[in-house]
Design a protein around this ligand. Structure first.
Ligand SMILES: C[S@@+](CC[C@H](N)C(=O)[O-])C[C@H]1O[C@@H](n2cnc3c(N)ncnc32)[C@H](O)[C@@H]1O
Length: 232
């Protein structure tokens, strides 16, 4: 079982309450799509944030998520199908499927092989719309506790995307404020994006909580919309 899957599954039911930023991210991402794609593939579809924000009629929506618990919660009907798979499963992209767009909101940061994933996506869709958390998420926490971010930098993401897509992008920084530090660190655990923080010893965690200078957490998300390169 993937580590990521475990983290998200554990909090599947309380997840919606803890996903304030992800909700904002998916709304902004869907607003960046300037046409009405009919065949949609959503990678890391979670509990259905993307589908909830799609406000046009479409023919087919397929959500892919590695967490069975998330798949159970995601809305389904005759146009909306959910498959409990990793989006890195090659079979998804080898079935002669064709989508108008591949969307992914707050999920691709967990990809193990970005290059392969983007190559696969470019085989099945003309268009893309991605929102991806970058390594500048929890940046001060990582600095204080000498941890490396477990997720990709915006440079790595852009370099890999550039091979397969023409796109425009925007980087957005979020600050999520908390009443106190205990609440803040509880949020990190429950949000399912605790990356690296769990590996800390108890005394290091205590030090971190003491020395963390802000009453907010930092997040960075890169938004990109584009289309596949013709002669890649
Ligand atoms: C932060 S949630 C975002 C969910 C949803 N897209 C949203 O915007 O709220 C990330 C999702 O990606 C899923 N995920 C992580 N790695 C995955 C993988 N390799 N394949 C499929 N889903 C994955 C997790 O199970 C989780 O549901």
């Amino acid at each position: 079982m993937y580590k990521v899957q475990k983290e998200f599954s554990r909090f599947a039911n309380s997840y919606d309450r803890y996903s304030i930023i992800q909700k904002d991210v998916s709304i902004k991402l869907i607003n960046l799509i300037d046409f009405k794609p009919q065949k949609i593939l959503d990678l890391g579809s979670g509990t259905g944030e993307v589908i909830r924000n799609i406000n046009w009629k479409f023919d087919k929506f397929i959500g892919i998520d590695i967490s069975e618990d998330m798949c159970k919660i995601h809305p389904k009907n005759k146009n909306i199908e959910v498959q409990n798979l990793s989006f890195e499963d090659e079979n998804i992209y080898n079935q002669n499927l064709n989508f108008d767009i591949v969307i992914s909101s707050s999920a691709i940061q967990w990809a193990k092989d970005l290059n392969r994933l983007f190559f696969n996506i470019s085989k099945v869709s003309q268009n893309i719309a991605f929102a991806i958390f970058t390594s500048n998420t929890f940046t001060t926490i990582h600095k204080i506790s000498n941890l490396n971010s477990p997720i990709y930098s915006s440079e790595e993401l852009l370099e890999n995307l550039n091979r397969y897509f023409n796109f425009s992008y925007e980087i957005k920084n979020y600050k999520l404020k908390f009443e106190n530090k205990i609440e803040m660190f509880r949020y990190i655990k429950k949000s399912g994006v605790s990356g690296g923080f769990k590996r800390l010893e108890f005394k290091d965690t205590k030090n971190l909580i003491k020395n963390y200078p802000f009453n907010y957490l930092e997040f960075e998300v890169i938004f990109m919309v584009g289309e596949i390169k013709k002669n890649k």
